[in-house]
Ligand binder design. Structure first.
Ligand code: NAD
Length: 504
């Protein structure tokens, strides 16, 4: 089922009612850059109705470790749109990151960061760079599932889901379509992580077929980020998972020279939040010297998101013209290039005086020419045949000789469930391991049905049942082995749903 809930049908012909926005003034330079931004939005005729919310430092210091109170939550839930200035997280333990809290509790699954250069007004080696990084925001290693399992080994679970991949990849293609972008590049590491990153890549390949007019390509994240850093002009929209996206979005902003100028959007199914990418800059707070461009750019993203494309273009073009005319705050002021050093509020006034103008050198914003609307597609799970074919029992064992634990485990037989191999840090050490492989106290011991023909490809394993696993665990426990966790091994439609050990 398709619906057009994210961004309303093209607004080109429509007059819109004022949209209520939850506004967080933030900490440090936050109130100054927010005042400047709201002045511009008002002068541009943005059809918005601000409702102010309290979050950040003062709320933290009042004893609320989440940094956000009940009233603010109510306003956010009601308005479903947030324009947020940066906040200060107080030093010390016990304060939860407000950004993570908002992102996770509101289901803001897509982080969108457009990064373009303002050459020659802001220094960069890449004068024509204009990239949008779209990062999955909720899954991957950031699910926050970590465990210490033995004295020497900790683990962090990398969770990638099909609905999560479908949602973010479709968002990237819909974004490209809505804003007239030509290409989407997927970045993964599926040569190593064949199941997790492999799923992301597979979904990308499937969904790209639905958008034949948009070019699609995939790159391995290591070489991809190197190429992005060396030739960002070759990229248009990049879509990737959480950790890679976190890293490459900072690389992109840094090489464009626009960490202080970029805005970002966090998009969910029902709620969206817009903010500058920089922090609260307490070192310059209260001096009226902060550059409000990051928050203005965030507001432009917000206007586009709620369908006010014409006003978004108007604000963006006035911002670009102001920068082009040389009215610069001190962070980007260059005596030879700039016309005048201006304060935060003076900068806003210069932008206001240019509303309706378009830049001559910098690339003009023309969001209005895109389709403007984006569709979402409900996830439908396809039914597949799932078969239990074995179990990996992870054992905490402080011995050093793999043959010792291997020989002991080989004697265990739980209704035909027998040891197949042991790996240590993913490398096969039994049977026939190499003496050189370094072993920790964390042993992955794979048990499969003894009558499985492991040489055959599909299906390679014979089915087992849970009773066999329970019997195995009981026997291992009886022999004094400390099983720290188990992972069941499954085949889905006859396809192996687990990785092989290196050397298996
Ligand atoms: P920062 O981005 O606040 O500052 C880094 C440097 O950039 C400083 O020298 C600052 O003066 C300068 N700078 C930043 N924004 C500027 C602007 N708009 N105009 C001119 N100069 C600007 O990073 P930080 O110092 O690491 O962090 C300060 C506080 O901000 C911390 O409490 C941090 O937790 C918080 N923070 C909040 C967010 C957020 O709310 N989204 C993001 C990052 C950091």
């Amino acid at each position: 089922m398709e619906n057009n809930t994210l961004v309303q049908e093209s607004n080109k012909k429509r007059t819109q009612k004022a949209v209520k926005i939850a506004i967080a003034k933030g900490d440090g330079i936050g109130p100054e850059i927010m005042a400047a931004t709201l002045d511009i939005l008002k002068a541009a005729g943005a059809k918005i109705e601000p409702e102010f919310i309290d979050l950040g430092e003062q709320v933290y210091l009042s004893g609320n470790t989440a940094g956000i109170n009940k009233e603010s939550w109510e306003i956010i839930k009601r308005n479903k749109l947030i324009l947020k200035a940066p906040i200060t997280t107080p030093q010390g333990k016990g304060y939860k990151s407000l950004n993570v809290t908002l992102r996770k509790s509101l289901g803001l699954y897509a982080n969108v960061r457009p990064v373009s250069s303002f050459h020659p007004f802001v220094k960069t080696h890449f004068p024509t760079m204009d990239v949008v990084i779209i990062r999955e925001n909720e899954e991957d290693l950031y699910a926050g599932i970590e465990h210490q399992q033995t004295q020497d080994v900790v683990q962090c679970l990398k969770l990638i889901t099909r609905p999560g991949c479908e949602r973010i990849v479709r968002y990237a293609f819909e974004y490209a379509k809505a804003y007239g972008r030509k290409k989407v590049t997927c970045m993964v590491k599926d040569n190593i992580m064949k199941l997790t990153d492999g799923l992301f890549h597979q979904v990308f390949k499937e969904i790209s077929l639905e958008y034949p007019k948009i070019k699609s390509e995939s790159q391995i994240i290591d070489i991809g980020s190197a190429k992005l850093a060396a030739n960002p002009e070759n990229y248009d929209v990049v879509v990737t998972s959480n950790l890679y996206g976190d890293i490459i979005s900072d690389i992109a902003a840094e090489i464009a020279g626009s960490v202080g100028l970029a805005g970002s959007a966090n998009i969910g199914t029902n709620v969206a939040m817009f903010e500058a990418i920089h922090g609260s800059a307490p070192d310059i707070a209260g001096q009226q010297i902060a550059n409000p461009s990051g928050l203005i750019n965030a507001a432009v993203l917000m206007l586009a998101h709620i369908g006010q494309l014409e006003i978004a273009d108007k604000v963006k073009n006035a911002l670009l013209t102001t920068i082009e005319d040389g009215y610069h705050t001190s962070d980007i002021y260059q005596p030879k290039m700039s016309e005048k050093k201006v304060s935060t509020q003076e900068f806003a006034n210069e932008v206001i005086s240019r509303l309706g103008k378009t830049p001559q050198n910098l690339t003009k914003s023309k969001l209005i020419e895109g389709s403007g609307s984006m569709k979402t597609v409900e996830y439908r799970r396809k039914k597949s045949k799932k078969e239990l074919v074995g179990v990996d029992a992870f054992i905490d064992w402080t011995g050093t000789d793999p043959n010792e634990i291997g020989d002991a485990l080989s004697k265990i037989n739980a209704y035909n469930l027998k040891l197949k191999m042991i790996t240590n840090r993913g490398v096969k050490v039994y049977p026939n391991g190499l003496e050189e492989t370094y072993c920790t106290d964390h042993w992955r011991c794979r048990f499969v049905a003894s009558n499985s023909d492991i040489q055959k490809t599909i299906p390679s394993y014979n089915p087992i049942d849970h009773e066999q696993i329970i019997a195995l665990l009981s026997k291992l426990n009886g022999k004094g082995f400390d099983v720290i966790k188990t992972e069941n091994l499954y085949e889905f439609d006859g396809k192996r749903g687990f990785s092989l050990g290196q050397g298996e």
